[in-house]
Design a protein around this ligand. Structure first.
Ligand SMILES: *Cc1c(COP(=O)(O)O)cnc(C)c1O
Length: 495
């Protein structure tokens, strides 16, 4: 059957027209976005989506795009807007969006050479490039993944199986993995990402296998506390399977003291994983690269290009110092990547991946490096770090707010404090929550929230070089207005 919708030699012209129309639609939207969000609520939007009859297609793509505009584009959350300050979502660079368009049209799958050819080679070059930026040495390797959570999972899988091998070597080859697992522990900072705990659960260790190492007042893992935990595990006959250090915590952007942690890991023979999902932008920074000193001693590293390289979701990688450790993710399927192919040195990336069919996400980073260059990305990341540093000064000198730590990267965690000293902390909690909600409902700004020592705080994640200090100051004013009105009303009610 000759479908006009299949992309092939005969439909190339229609492809050009249809995709261009989509690009036009998005470009028209982008040109008119005047706030990061419209404040639409699920009850507003759900009926529109529910009303679509999926059994009855529209006459053509133009109609579908017009419909999509109402269902999605009009009310989407726009990360490129300077007052989107919420989560770790970056605005994207055009070279990467170009890559996205190319990769979905060609639709290579990066599991095997025979489904990708040059795509595999491009991904491998970028893995080598990243490993070299980290300084992992000549034995390094890695693979692109769907995101930091998956990169962390894979790194910890490798660490787990290395630990099991080491235990067997020491205590007897007959020991089964199931017998070893209950003794394994992962050490992560109390501010580490929750995906480490999820990974522990998926890997058969349970959430409780992750020991939370306390942080100092800058929210960085305390090496002395880590040393004490490692000594305790040794005394108790437990096996520290990995230390998961964080280079850029999700809330505070704090970077654990990597040199000291690496020293402890070397002393105890423990796998060092560095979760640089957020901090990886420093790899291309001209002025702040030194903040990652010590990362070159890691056994594995997570990088999220979609966090701090201005890449569209998804684009992430896991890197390892010793490529031999990737064997723990290898499975030879007769139909796909039989052992014979490895012997023939056919580059099948599935040999190192937990995924099978896999997007050619690397192409986005490739075109970014070929068009903008690494320095171009690094300058953008330095700029958002600068902005957060200035924002911190603003907050630190503003009596309306308390700010938690001076940022190493680009987040600001702070809390509105009521002027009236009689206001209880629970009221301040509610006022901060209210301010966040009120901003989102109006769509004038989108900010995040988190808890610090049990108290509700607000968070700016500054990842947009277009966000000015004036934007930050203006959003702080809005927050203070909403929060103080809330406190005022509550105190009147209570009186
Ligand atoms: C965002 C984040 C992750 C998870 O990455 P995803 O790409 O969202 O899966 C892991 N670690 C840290 C420190 C992060 O900030």
């Amino acid at each position: 059957m000759r479908s006009p919708h299949l992309l092939n030699d005969r439909t190339a012209e229609d492809y050009r027209r249809t995709v261009s129309a989509g690009v036009e639609r998005v470009a028209a939207r982008l040109a008119h976005v005047d706030r990061p969000f419209t404040g639409v609520s699920p009850p507003d939007l759900a009926p529109l989506v529910d009303a679509v009859d999926l059994e009855r297609p529209l006459p053509d793509a133009a109609d579908a795009l017009a419909e999509l505009d109402r269902l999605y584009l009009r009310d989407a959350v726009y990360f490129h807007h300077p007052r989107y300050l919420a989560h770790l979502n970056c605005p994207v660079v055009i070279p990467a969006v170009l890559g996205e368009a190319v990769l979905s049209a060609v639709n290579s799958s990066l599991d095997t050479w025979d489904q990708s050819a040059g795509g595999t080679l491009i991904e491998r070059r970028l893995i080598d490039w990243t490993a070299e930026r980290i300084g992992l040495g000549p034995g390094a390797d890695g693979v692109f993944t769907s995101g930091g959570s998956q990169s962390n999972l894979q790194a910890l899988l490798l660490a787990r199986d290395e630990a099991c091998d080491a235990v067997r070597k020491e205590e007897g080859a007959e020991l089964r993995t199931a017998e070893i697992l209950p003794r394994l522990r992962i050490l992560a900072s109390a501010d580490g990402h929750f995906s480490v705990r999820k990974a522990a659960a998926v890997l058969g260790l349970g959430y409780e296998a992750v020991i939370q190492v306390p942080c100092d007042e800058h929210r960085r893992m305390q090496p002395a506390a880590l040393a004490a935990e490692l000594a305790r595990l040794q005394r108790e006959g437990l096996v520290p399977m990995a230390v998961a250090a964080t280079a850029g915590t999700t809330d505070f952007g704090s970077i654990d003291p990597l040199p000291q942690i690496a020293g402890l890991c070397a002393g105890y023979g423990v796998w060092l994983h560095v979760d640089a999902a957020y901090g990886c932008g420093l790899l291309v920074s001209d002025r702040r690269r030194h903040l990652l000193d010590g990362i070159e001693r890691a056994d594995s590293v997570t990088v999220d290009y979609h966090k701090s390289f201005f890449q569209p979701v998804s684009s992430s990688a896991v890197l390892v110092r010793d490529r031999a450790t990737l064997r723990h993710a290898t499975y030879h399927a007769d139909y796909l990547n039989p052992e014979r192919m490895a012997a023939e040195q056919i580059p099948n990336q599935v040999d190192k991946s937990l995924q099978t069919t896999r997007r050619f996400d690397a192409l986005k980073l490739w075109l970014t490096l070929r068009i903008m260059g690494a320095d171009g990305i690094g300058e953008l990341f330095d700029e958002v770090c600068d902005r957060a540093a200035h924002g911190w000064r603003l907050l630190a000198s503003d009596p309306r707010f308390e700010v938690v730590v001076e940022p190493q990267l680009s987040t600001l965690v702070f809390r509105y404090v009521p002027e009236d000293e009689a206001a209880p902390p629970e009221l301040a909690d509610a006022a901060n929550l209210h301010a966040r909600q009120a901003l989102a409902a109006a769509g004038t700004a989108v900010v995040a929230g988190t808890k610090v020592d049990g108290r509700d705080h607000l968070k700016f994640t500054v990842l947009n070089p277009a966000t000015s200090l004036d934007d930050i100051a203006a959003v702080l004013d809005l927050i203070a207005e909403h929060a103080s009105a809330y406190v005022g009303e509550a105190l009147v009610r209570a009186a």
